[in-house]
Design a protein around this ligand. Structure first.
Ligand code: ADP
Ligand code: 5GP
Length: 199
C-alpha cells in the first residue's frame, strides 16, 4: 500500500502551471517535483535535469521499451514522459510529489495510481490564455496556434480532476493550491525530504 501522496497537476499550456508549482515549492520545500523526459528543445533559461531531462527521440523510445516511464504521451508534437522510479520511491517512503503533465497523461496516472490527487488549473477565458502565451515569449507563432488549438479540448477534460482552480489572480490561485495540498497531505514537513532516484 502506498504511503506517499502524488499530486497530478494539468492545465492548458500558458495557464500558469509552472508559475504555480514554483510558488508551491517555496511554500512546501519537502514537496518534490517530478522531472519529466522530453524530446522538445530546451527554452532559454531551462536546465537539463532541473526543468526536464532533454533527450533524443531514440533514447526516449528506449526508456519506453524498458518500462522506465510511468506514462508518456505526444503533446503539441513532442514526446513527454514521467520517469517511474522517483514516483515509486516517493509513494514507498511517504513523501509527496507534484507531476506537471498533460490531461491524457494524467488520466493514465489516475488509472495506475488511483490514490493520486488530480488538480486542474484553468483560465477565465481563451483570450487570457493566448495573451499569457504571447507575453511569455517562448513560443513560435505555430506553437502558439497548436497550444491554443488544443486548449479547448483540454479545458473540457478538467472535470475529471478532483480539484479545479481558476488561475485569474495569481495570489488567490497560489493560496487555493496550497490549501488543497495541505488538506490532502498535511502542512509543510520541513527537513523530511526523502531521497529519490534520478535518471
Ligand atoms: P504553463 O506552465 O501552464 O505553460 P506559465 O507558468 O509558464 O504557464 O505561465 C504562462 C505566462 O503567464 C507566464 O509568463 C507567467 O508569468 C504568466 N502568468 C502565470 N499566472 C498568471 C496570472 N495569474 N496572472 C497573470 N499572468 C500569469
Ligand atoms: P511545455 O512544452 O510547455 O513544457 O509542456 C507542454 C505540455 O506537456 C504541458 O501540458 C505539460 O504539462 C506536458 N507535460 C510535461 N511533462 C509531461 C509528462 O511527463 N507527461 C505528459 N503526459 N505530459 C507532460
Amino acid at each position: 500500500m502506498s504511503k506517499g501522496t502524488l499530486f497530478v497537476i494539468s492545465a492548458p499550456s500558458g495557464a500558469g502551471k509552472s508559475t504555480l508549482v514554483e510558488r508551491i515549492r517555496c511554500i512546501f520545500p519537502d514537496v518534490l517535483y517530478s522531472i519529466s523526459c522530453t524530446t522538445r528543445s530546451p527554452r532559454a533559461g531551462e536546465t537539463d535535469g532541473v526543468d526536464y531531462y532533454f533527450v533524443q527521440r531514440e533514447r526516449f523510445l528506449a526508456m519506453v521499451a524498458a518500462g522506465e516511464l510511468l506514462e508518456w504521451k505526444e503533446v503539441h508534437g513532442n514526446l513527454y514522459g514521467t520517469p517511474a522510479r522517483p514516483v515509486t520511491d516517493v509513494l514507498a517512503t511517504g513523501g509527496r510529489m507534484i507531476l506537471d503533465i498533460d490531461v491524457q497523461g494524467a488520466g493514465e496516472v489516475f488509472k495506475r495510481v488511483p490514490s493520486s490527487v488530480g488538480i486542474f488549473i484553468s483560465v477565465p477565458d481563451m483570450a487570457v490564455l493566448e495573451e499569457r502565451l504571447r507575453r511569455r515569449g517562448t513560443e513560435t507563432e505555430a506553437s502558439i496556434r497548436t497550444r491554443i488549438g488544443n486548449a479547448e479540448e483540454e479545458m473540457a477534460q478538467g472535470r475529471a480532476f478532483r480539484y479545479q482552480i481558476v488561475n485569474d489572480d495569481l495570489e488567490t490561485a497560489v493560496a487555493e493550491l496550497a490549501s488543497v495540498i495541505e488538506k490532502e497531505s498535511g502542512p509543510c514537513k520541513a527537513g523530511s525530504t526523502p531521497e529519490i532516484s534520478r535518471l
